[in-house]
Ligand binder design. Sequence first.
Ligand code: EPZ
Length: 420
Amino acid sequence: MESFVVQGGKRLEGTLRVDGAKNAALPILAACVLTEEDVTLHRMPDITDVRRMEEILQMLGCRVERRGWDTIVSGMDVSSFEMPDQLSKQIRSSIFMLGPILSRFRRATVTYPGGCEIGLRPIDLHLSGLRALGVVIREEGGVIQCDGRGMHAGEVHFDYPSVGATENVMMAAACLPGVTTIHNAAREPEIVDLMGFINAMGGRVAGAGCATITIEGVKRLHGCAYTPMPDRIVAGTLLAAGAITGGEITLTNAPSGDMHAINAKLREMGCAVREEGDCIYLRAPARLTAFPLLQTQPHPGFPTDMQVQMLALLCVSEGTGVIVENVFENRFTHAGDLNRMGARILCSGRTAVVRGVEGLCGAHVTARDLRGGAALVLAGLKAQGETQIDHAALVDRGYERFEDQLRQLGAQICRIQTQE
Ligand code: EPZ
């Protein structure tokens, strides 16, 4: 097992370039199956979730090749409509393959992706959206058999604006004759990016970023070259690293237009945050001020994927603050570890009340999920003494060599091998 070891107390400062977004890259990789032609993806993030998705594509018959900064995906030889079980269990995002495989083969077999640390992660909205397009779905013993021979364009209404379900329907409808409309669609920026990719392949999608998306089916989609958008959650996490250490951070290639909620919260805590095009400048005060309340919401509300990082900031802020996690049911799993470092967090259901303390003490803690692991690293940057964060591999799912990036900003952090 690999662990991060952090010597806290260093003020971070410097400039970093933001990499491609995990949550844009994953559905875009899935959408490569919509065409038989080659797709060139520039500057894909080098993270394990992307590598696993590439393995899934290869097991379906795609050729995936990395050439320097480019990833070339050829869907010409895709021959299987059955998702490999062992891989679909490893990465939940494999559920994104449903739409493209149905578009290509009019049939698909996947297994339930299963839950994870942060919640049950049901897929009922994915399935109801596909049923609205005429897909006949049988669920037996964890296996989902989809018959798309009667697929047609249609009206889809989501009870909840699910990101993945919206993306699955967009991909399933891209080549369906007629116009499909999605009502109460998710509005995340990564969905806008998927629309950009599908349209770069010759698709006719409109309205992504709003609650109503229309997809006019086209006969076929062609290959293209595309660069996924930068990662707003990685960007927010790096800004939070500057904030918790009283530092001064500059980010380039940042999706500042998609980070208003994050930057507003950092300003509320006393940080000076300035956006100039794709650059974001943050200068933090010696001590942060607690925001009274943070509620996670679907975009453009405060993103749930930044919640636990803000929880870490709250722990060392002046005052008391409340966080309500409205999107996932179990996203305070790291409160216990933070309290072991001297924080004062009280959790009840989806609410955490935090009384800020002057400082934290280094401790031996364990990452339980991707964003929680990153938040423990942030706490370690602030804590006095040494903090060891086990299961660094969980952070590698969404952050490219997180320790290298932080070291470029002056952090004293390394990666070690440890016993399970
Ligand atoms: C995407 O997950 C992201 N993952 C998540 O990022 C992100 O937290 C989430 O959107 C919300 O923004 C990727 O894009 C790969 P949802 P997704 O469907 O699509 C419920 C990270 O750390 N729901 O919008 O699974 C669900 O239980 C990850 O990068 C249903 O009830 O999110 C949850 O409570 C974590 N039925 C809520 O909706 C469904 O069929 C939001 O889920 C689908 C979802």
